[in-house]
Design a protein. Structure first.
Length: 681
């Protein structure tokens, strides 16, 4: 951006990164920046002195006499005009580059003696060339020139560089693979080859692969053996000890069971083929696994139910009590939710919920926090708990992300929902809600988890009752039910975006009949039916007719300062003069009383709506709404209002966006007069 703003844009910029270097090669930069004229509009003539003074300071001017005054449509304004002379790019680049280096944002940064800026790590040198010549940069005592170094151990000497192509070539010769994607490919192939050599396969771990590819400059894959005594540990413990602390890859046997080998990536092509490196890593892993085995043995000496009391000493949130309070709330809610989950045992769900956080006080979870829930299930089984309880404990955090699976066992579904709904209700009730800049309590993830579990298990759960039940046991803060329903709707739109579901249809289905839909399964059935209906000619045309009717009523209500759907019956049959009025009234009555409109067969309900198309079209073709007869005008407006009320029983058609409507309407033809013609005699 700075190159473009300075008038010397590059034709192509390639970036690269290794653990020891960050860099870019910009090709096609002009040798000289052309002269240009910069203009900045300031405040209006006659504006307060403080505004004018601020503009002058920002523009580097001393008085308004240095500004131009120009007449615009909204008055006269000051303009600061600066003539920027042309210059060699080599003279412009230092300022651009120093600013780019200094402005790189780091989550954590540090100061170091050689330079006057904060950076993620000390900069030891800068190689900076333009057209083969060194570009001097003011970076304190950091050396700037044409010198770089190769691989830390395989080619540590200095390398003098004359050009970008030479830079790429010489570093490749010096055992540095600059391209991160190339390093990833080397690692993946090395993992597969090394695993095949020992008759095992690598456990897929894309995140670890990406991380490790950023930790080496020349990757070499090696493998080591795991002592037999440690293979008795749970597979998750083995994987966590290898992955979290050492960045090792796990391996599997042909049947999917853990294999007694680990694979890792070295940053060195050792002369002995890596034997010493492997031996050292085997010793380190043995020490890690010995610690894990100690925790495994010690934790099982205390029953999980005994550990529940220790949760009282763990603060969940200063306004929400301890982890013990959290577990109790989750238990009460799980007992209540179990009635809505087919096949769920209330007592087992309650027991699993109360035990779900107990493993937080174990040594294993203290060492490997990512194993919470999983270790609780192992300890529950060791205590003789029902396997369904153990499974629910293991799965109650799921889904942890968009790629994680949802629980399907009844008790697991109950506890997972109870845990997430309690978190949402508790934090919303005390005003701790996600913001645009942060979500410290992962409430968006919890909401998406609730949505996915309900939809993937086809669970008919009334969310409004569930939220209120969670809030009342015990009552915390303010009732967040309505606010949470809106939050769930927003998360549902995000969740379905990738599936191509239109967010406006979700909003229309959510507000059907003037009531907020809190059954997500029923909501999605309504959305799918609405989507199919609007894709037909009848649906697209009826939507246009609905818009016309709703707009006419809205405009006249605003003009008259009243509503035309404020009483029943909403229109007088004896005042229907035109045949088209009577036909429309009969069709509306038949549609309103059709059982499918008030039921859950939404496809049939849409078909019933489609029968309104011809009567509505005929009404707009033949009937004038704004007649001089005030009683007749009111009756016809009430008849139009009946169209709005009838269709809104199925979905709130007013929430369907104009763009979406137009895209549907473009495939259809709608006859009849314009809205203005319908309003005026």
């Amino acid at each position: 951006r700075a190159l473009v703003d300075s008038g010397i844009p590059a034709e192509k910029i390639d970036g690269f990164v290794t653990p020891r270097r960050l860099g870019l090669i910009a090709r096609g930069i002009p040798s000289r920046r052309p002269p240009r004229r910069d203009e900045r509009r300031g405040p209006r003539v006659g504006a307060p002195e403080s505004a004018i003074a601020g503009f002058l300071r920002a523009s580097g001017l001393s008085s308004v006499q240095d500004c131009e005054v120009r007449a615009l449509a909204r008055g006269e304004f000051y303009f600061a005009v600066t003539e920027v002379a042309g210059a060699d790019s080599a003279c412009v680049l230092p300022e651009i580059l120093v600013a780019a280096i200094a402005d790189l944002p780091w989550p954590k940064s540090m100061r170091f003696p050689a330079a006057p800026l904060r950076w993620v790590r000390p900069i030891t040198s800068v190689l900076c060339l333009f057209d083969g010549e060194v570009v001097p940069l003011k970076l304190g005592e950091v050396p700037v020139g044409r010198v770089t170094r190769g691989h830390r151990w395989l080619a540590p000497g200095e390398i003098r560089i004359q050009s970008p192509d030479q830079y790429l070539k010489r570093l490749k010769e010096a055992w540095v693979v600059l391209d991160k994607a190339e390093r990833e490919g080397m690692i993946k192939k090395g993992l597969d080859d090394e695993a095949a050599k020992h008759g095992v396969r690598v456990k897929e771990d894309p995140d670890l692969l990406e991380e490790v590819s950023g930790l080496v400059e020349y990757p070499v894959v090696l493998s080591g053996a795991i002592e037999k005594e440690f293979m008795e540990l749970p597979p998750e413990v083995l994987a966590a000890a290898m992955r979290a602390h050492q960045r090792y890859f796990s391996s599997l046997n042909a049947d999917g069971s853990p294999a007694p080998r680990f694979l890792f990536v070295a940053n060195n092509n050792a002369r002995d083929g890596g034997k010493a490196i492997v031996a050292g890593n085997e010793r380190v892993l043995s020490a890690r696994l010995a610690d894990a085995r100690y925790f495994w043995d010690q934790d099982r000496k205390v029953r999980l139910r005994v550990r529940i009391g220790a949760l009282k000493r763990r603060v969940y949130h200063e306004k929400l009590g301890s982890m013990y309070d959290k577990a109790e709330r989750t238990g009460h809610l799980a007992y209540w939710l179990a009635a809505d989950v087919p096949g769920a045992d209330r007592d087992l769900a309650l027991g699993a919920a109360l035990l779900s956080k107990a493993d937080l006080s174990t040594g294993m979870v203290g060492e490997f926090p990512e194993l919470q829930g999983i270790m609780g299930s192992y300890y529950a089984l060791a205590d003789g708990e029902d396997p369904r309880v153990a499974q629910a404990i293991a799965e109650h955090y799921r889904p942890l992300g968009p790629d994680d699976t949802c629980p399907i066992a009844p008790e697991s579904v109950v506890v997972a929902l109870a845990d997430k709904i309690d978190s949402l209700v508790a934090f919303f009730s005390i005003g701790e809600k996600p913001t645009g800049s942060g979500d410290p309590y992962a409430l968006r993830r919890a909401a998406l988890g609730v949505i996915r579990i309900i939809l993937e298990t086809d669970l008919r759960l009334p969310l409004k009752k569930a939220f209120r039940q969670a809030w009342q046991t015990p009552e915390i803060g303010n009732d967040p039910t309505e606010e949470l329903l809106e939050f769930i709707l927003d998360r549902l739109k995000v969740h379905l975006r990738d599936e191509g579901v239109r967010h406006d249809l979700i909003g229309a289905a959510f507000a059907a009949g003037g009531e907020r839909e809190d059954d997500l399964v029923r909501l999605m059935a309504r959305v799918r039916a609405l989507e199919s209906f609007l894709a037909t000619d009848d649906g697209a045309n009826l939507l246009i007719a609905y818009r016309r009717a709703a707009n006419i009523v809205r405009i006249e209500e605003k003009r008259d300062g009243r509503r035309y759907d404020d009483r029943q019956p909403d229109f007088s049959p004896e005042k229907l003069r035109e045949p088209e009025e009577g036909t429309l009234a009969v069709s509306l009555g038949a549609t309103s009383s059709a059982p499918e409109v008030s039921g859950e067969d939404f496809a049939a309900a849409m078909a019933a709506m489609a029968r309104l198309r011809r009567p509505v079209d005929d009404f707009f073709d033949k009937v004038t709404v704004n007649t001089e007869d005030a009683d007749l005008r009111e009756n016809r407006l009430r008849l139009l209002s009946r169209i709005r009320m009838t269709m809104n029983r199925v979905a709130d058609f007013s929430k369907i966006e104009e763009g979406a409507k137009d895209s549907l309407a473009s495939k259809t033809r709608h006859s009849g007069r314009s809205e203005a013609e319908s309003r005026n005699p």
